[in-house]
Design a protein around this ligand. Structure first.
Ligand code: COI
Length: 358
């Protein structure tokens, strides 16, 4: 494995004084990990260096054509000081799958995890400990050719930055309201929807803005072909509790395969709950709301973990879901996943990854 050169900052920053005012993704730690890729040479020059701006050519290919992928992970500090990650191998596996779609060279998953652990050990005092906080981790790969032709790049930068963060949504676990997006599409089959890449998020921004203007927190995304089936909610996967069945859209080529999604499915199955990955149409959603069988609805993602849906606009009417309160299963999933992540609960499935002792 490559050696990692370390250059420590000479000007360490003040750590945030109030963990309740962190916000999300606004503050960054003292150091970051970086390495470069050059065609013919592979990944090289692995280093931990002071956090700071990247110097890029204005012609940098990522800025023009979006050949880039990223991941989102979180590190927690347990009560006994241990630094913990949640299923980090899955993130680097997914990053390589995203790389495949964007024609970006693979990273060595084991090495990426080792580099992250070394960075976390150095920055562990930045990990907040209050409830609802964590150190958000953003591994990113950008194409870095100084060239305006549209082609697969021959140079890349991989970097990992760390951000002490509070809850992703200020509303926390308060159920949010949303509507079904009928005008814009996030992704369609054969596109890039299964990859964690900038373009999918760029495609969602206008819709998010329009939703906010109308007083809604998020939108439900429909499939791009028939505009009939529900795919995601905001930037998250989505689940519906209908009668005694939990339904989540099947991964059929345009949905991001979320690690929280996968963990929720596994937990629900362990609890003996019937969970089905299948198509779920707007028609079925409307009828399950109207006939009272829709008990709970929630989004899942790394950033928010679980986010309950309390209200939906369906046509001209606004319908309440579960009396606008967080549902039992939603709460149980949130408590179980965050309990495992933070070291409070047992970890029978071996999802926790210990970076270092306190
Ligand atoms: C998540 O982790 O849920 C997301 O995808 C949101 C992230 C892009 C901030």
């Amino acid at each position: 494995m490559m050696d990692i050169r370390v250059e420590l900052t000479k000007t360490p920053k003040e750590k945030p004084a109030d963990e309740n005012k962190l916000g999300f993704g606004k503050i960054f730690t003292d150091h970051m990990f970086m390495m470069n890729y050059t065609e013919g040479q592979g990944w090289h020059d692995a280093r931990i260096v002071p956090y700071g701006p990247l110097v890029l050519s204005p012609a940098c290919s990522t800025l023009h054509y979006g050949q880039t992928v990223f991941e989102g992970m979180k590190a927690y500090r347990a009560a006994d000081g241990r630094v913990l990650l949640f299923r980090p191998q899955e993130n680097f596996k997914r990053m390589n799958r995203s790389c495949d779609r964007l024609a970006i060279p693979h990273i060595d998953e084991e090495f990426a995890l080792k580099a992250l652990c070394q960075l976390l050990e150095l920055e562990k005092d930045w990990i907040p400990r209050s409830e609802g906080t964590s150190l958000y981790i953003r591994p990113t790969i950008i194409a870095n050719d100084d060239y305006l032709g549209v082609k697969v790049a021959s140079e890349y930068i991989f970097y990992i930055i760390l951000s002490p963060s509070g809850r992703y949504y200020e509303s926390g676990l308060d159920p949010v309201n949303l509507y079904i997006e009928e005008k814009w599409v996030r992704a369609s089959k054969g596109g890039m929807g299964t990859a964690k890449t900038a373009g999918n998020y760029a495609a969602s921004l206008l819709s998010q803005e329009e939703a906010h203007e109308q007083g809604y927190a998020q939108v439900l995304w429909l499939d791009g072909v028939e505009r009939k089936y529900i795919e995601e909610v905001g930037s998250m996967n989505v689940f519906f509790v209908v009668g005694d069945e939990v339904v989540t859209p099947e991964l059929d080529g345009s949905i991001l395969p979320g690690i929280t999604r996968m963990s929720c499915i596994e937990l629900l199955k362990d609890w003996g709950v019937k969970v089905t990955e299948r198509k779920f149409s707007v028609e079925e959603l409307v009828s399950s709301v109207k006939n009272g069988t829709l008990k709970e609805a929630f989004g899942t993602g790394t950033a928010a973990v679980v986010s309950p849906i309390g209200e939906m606009r369906l046509g001209d009417e606004t319908e309440q879901i579960g009396d606008h309160k967080i549902g039992k299963l939603t709460q149980k999933l949130y408590d179980t996943i965050t309990g495992i992540q933070t070291g409070v609960l047992e970890d029978p499935k071996g999802w926790r990854y210990e970076v270092c002792k306190g």
